[in-house]
Design a protein around this ligand. Structure first.
Ligand SMILES: [Cu+2]
Length: 159
């Protein structure tokens, strides 16, 4: 009986230690990710440009492939030189980055961004820090545009 109590006690202590340890690791990982984003805000952003459509009204992104690195701050300048509206849609990419802000037409929007819509002639600047490496699909979510070739690829490299 005493042996059983002793084992039970040891088991409980081990369990508590395990939970404390797991919580600690989780906190450190979460803190590291947040600290990475905060540190990146003081970096000068790397400017990357992408055009949604073109003046000939072709349904494509120019360029149709973008590359980023984890932990680096970017300023993605999007414009729409075409005569119809387009979307920059890449949900998994957007979910795996930290958005500092989006600036467009004198307005600054802070917080998470999932998709950007650009009307003809519009321009927007998206400041963000990629958090996870991966390959992500980019497309325009207007009916028929992706099917006509308005797709691209976004690659995020680890550093
Ligand atoms: Cu489109």
């Amino acid at each position: 009986m005493q042996y059983l109590q002793q084992s039970l006690r040891t088991f409980c202590i081990s369990l508590v230690l395990l939970i404390v340890l797991a919580t600690g690791i989780g906190l450190i990982l979460g803190w590291t990710e947040a600290a990475g984003a905060v540190a990146a805000v003081s970096q000068a952003p790397i400017e990357v440009q992408i055009h949604l459509g073109n003046s000939a009204n072709e349904l494509k992104f120019e360029p149709n492939s973008l590359e980023f690195a984890v932990g680096q701050r970017y300023r993605l300048v999007l414009d729409n030189p075409s005569g119809q509206k387009h979307y920059f849609t890449s949900k998994d990419f957007a979910d795996n980055l930290w958005t500092q802000k989006v600036e467009a037409a004198g307005v600054e929007v802070k917080g998470a961004v999932h998709e950007l819509e650009l009307k003809p002639g519009a321009e927007a600047e998206w400041f963000f820090v990629p958090m996870k490496p991966g390959t992500y699909e980019l497309y325009c979510s207007i009916a028929g545009h992706a099917e006509a070739g308005m797709v691209g690829q976004i690659t995020v490299e680890s550093t």
